[in-house]
Each structure stands twice: as structure tokens, then as C-alpha cells.
Design a protein. Sequence first.
Length: 257
Amino acid sequence: MGLALLAPFFYSCDFTPRIHKEVLKAQNLIAKQEYQKAIDNYEKILKKNPPKELKIKVLYQIGDLYSLYLAKNKESLKYYREIKEISDSPLWLVKTEERLGDIYFTYLEDYEKSRKSYKLLSEFRPKLQKQDFYKFRYGQSLMNLDYLFEAAEVFTIIRDDNTSEYNVRSIYYLGLIQFQNKNWKGAVKYLNDYIRKERRRDNIVQAKFIMANAYETMEELKIAYNIYYSILGEYPNTEIVSQRLESIYNRRIARKR
């Protein structure tokens, strides 16, 4: 949710004319894209010890200004965290955890913290609208932490859930986990299944590259060569595919001598 959509929520609060004036000033500064000045203005409001409802909304707005508009994600964290400390509203706790999870995962690559955020969100009751996404991000966080067994359990659950929009994509990660565990045959099995079901060409190309790598490692050089050749010009790093093709060609020639 962008700041343009957040602005009206202040008008549901009861506050003094002086604070009301400060809120309007901050909103005008946002409209003029003077985000740091708007933050400074909101900080003045916080120092006036406003009612809790207003304080939560100001904290959230500052957090969004730092993270979404100034790309200062570390600075935004303390504002979102403070909301968690003072609010008992499920709405605000969910909104804040969503922000924290995204910042930890996407921008700071702090997967231990993103794991905790997405675990909370995926287990929230009643079930949240984006629960499938939270569960998927939870699995990705586990995988990035090298908790491969736990990640495989999560992705298996997602794969077996035909209602999940991530059930096909989870097969790719199950193949990737097998690859990282050096179970080349297991990796090929999952990736073949994934390629049959996936519709996005860029995802298929990535899966084929990993599958070719697995075949190459198993010394199935002809199969590896054919797969690498099939994605030549499509894989983002064309040079590395060309190098693999040349290496396999030379190895096959050497075998015939």
C-alpha cells in the first residue's frame, strides 16, 4: 500500500488542532516529494506524545517513507518494530510483519529474521489472504539458511496443495534442494517434473541449466550437451553456457581418443 493510499487514515483520528496542523504539513511535504522533511515533521508529532492510534499510524508512515521512498530500509525497521511493541491490533501487527518480512528477505537478506516473520504470517489465524505467499517465502528463507531438510518439508506441503498458486514453483525448489545435496538423480527427477508443468519460459530455462549441470556431473555428457545447447541464447549468461558446451565437447573428443 503506497503513501497516497495511506494519507486518509489520519482523518479517522481524534487529535488537537496543533497536531492536526502538523499532520497536514507532513502530508503536503509528501505531495512535494520532500520525504525527509515529512519524516522530521512526523517526528515532532511523536514527541508530543499523541494518542496510541495516531502514534501507530505515524510510526507506520515514517517506516514507509524510509523503506519505500528513501530506500533506507535499516532506518525503517525501528518504526515498524515499535508498532509491534505497542499495538495489540491484528490488522497493524499483520501489516507491520509484512513490511518487516519483505525488508529482511528482499533488501537486507537477513533470512533468519525473514524466516521468523513469514512463519508468523503463514501460521496466523484466521488464515490470511496471502498465506500461500508467506508459506513460500518461509520455505525460501529456510533454504537460504541452508536448512535444507526443513525447507524440503515446507515445499513438499506446498507442492501437494493443489489450491496453492506456488505448488508448481515449489517443485523447482525441491529439485534445487536435491542438487545442493548432491543427489543428482533426485534433482533431475524433480526438475523434469517442474519443466513439464511450468509455463514461464525464463523459469524453464533456469531449471534446464541446473538439470544440465546435474547430468554433466553424472558424466551423462551427451544429454548435458543437448540441454545446454537448447538454452543457448536464452540463458541470461550466454558466455557460461558457451563455456560449458565447449568443455563438454572437448571431454567427449578426449574420450574417443
